[in-house]
Design a protein around this ligand. Sequence first.
Ligand code: NAP
Ligand code: ZN
Ligand code: ZN
Length: 363
Amino acid sequence: MPEIIEQASGAIKSESRISSNGYAAFQAAGALGPFQFDRRNPGPHDVMMDILYCGVCHSDLHFIRNDWGMSIYPLVPGHEIVGRVTKVGEHVTKFKEGDLAGIGCLVDSCRTCDHCKDGLEQYCERGSVFTYSGLEKDGVSVTYGGYSNNIVCDESFVLKVSDKLSLPNVAPLLCAGITTYSPLRHWKVGKGQKVGIVGLGGLGHMAVKFAVSFGADVTVLSTSPGKKEDALHLGAHNFAVTTEEDTVKSLAGTFDFILDTVSAKHDYNMYMSMLKTDGVMVLVGLPVANVEVPPFALIFNRRSVAGSLIGGIAETQEMLDYCAENNITSDIELIDMKDINHAFERMERNDVKYRFVIDIATL
Ligand code: NAP
Ligand code: ZN
Ligand code: ZN
């Protein structure tokens, strides 16, 4: 791990900026190390918060490696952020100093296009601003994420967090939670439906909790036989190992809805065969690979394949409130900041139960 403390080179330095400490990736192949940078001073509509916990999403790893060709280095990952408000601008109405708050994958959008007006900021027609490795609307300032001690964000993109739930376990709801809640709600998953969740990782384990809570009959479709006990403990009704040919055959035509959360290249067509007529498979996992599905698999049973990106701000608040009411949080392993590179090695080995969360006090 690099011991050098690097300084953001492109940042505009002025007295009025907030200094931040974090961990950054400096190039696609390298390890994360300490990094000092600065953020804007909170404006009239901004909330500033001290970050307390930040979840570690597989998207962080995709970004660090530049898997999607959109990474800006130095790159401070982290979009599952919870913390405490330390300062609010004069026009802020939703928050006051001392409140708990959260920030997910988005920190801004155009706010005027049809999607933004409909609460679908993630599909903003002019491009929403990602929490890290994004460009602010000025087109110049780079965004830095939650592997850091503080953050400044317009209150419209800050979420209210209940004090009823364990705070470190709430952090992953800001991405893994909303990314699975949103498609399950959009496709109206509930009672009387058979649902398959592909991949029991950070997203997958949240998908199981939500689908069970919405009343569906849930099967985990996993490549890891050792996860059976956990899957059932999470509330799944069934567990199937998808590397067993006979098991896959026995599931043909079973599911109304499949949510695919897999992070690596895999065979989508195998899961298509498990859909009923009119069944829908929704992809949220984003491996660097194309989706290959033969037309016969779709046409002969009027099946669909669709995709879904996180969720809008209002829906994220709805999900957080639902979790507070129904006592739903993520199963986590709390780690120190210095252990982040080891955590990524474990994530690559599929050894996460079921989300790493960084205790930012260890920064
Ligand atoms: P994760 O915790 O690492 O879980 C991924 C799961 O995929 C693993 O637990 C494993 O489950 C399964 N898997 C891994 N390699 C596999 C392989 N070669 N073949 C089949 N299954 C495999 O990752 P995550 O944080 O949940 O993220 C999952 C994916 O969703 C990532 O690609 C991430 O970028 C993406 N994502 C998308 C959105 C969105 O808005 N659409 C938001 C967040 C994340 P089993 O052991 O059970 O097989
Ligand atoms: Zn994420
Ligand atoms: Zn917009």
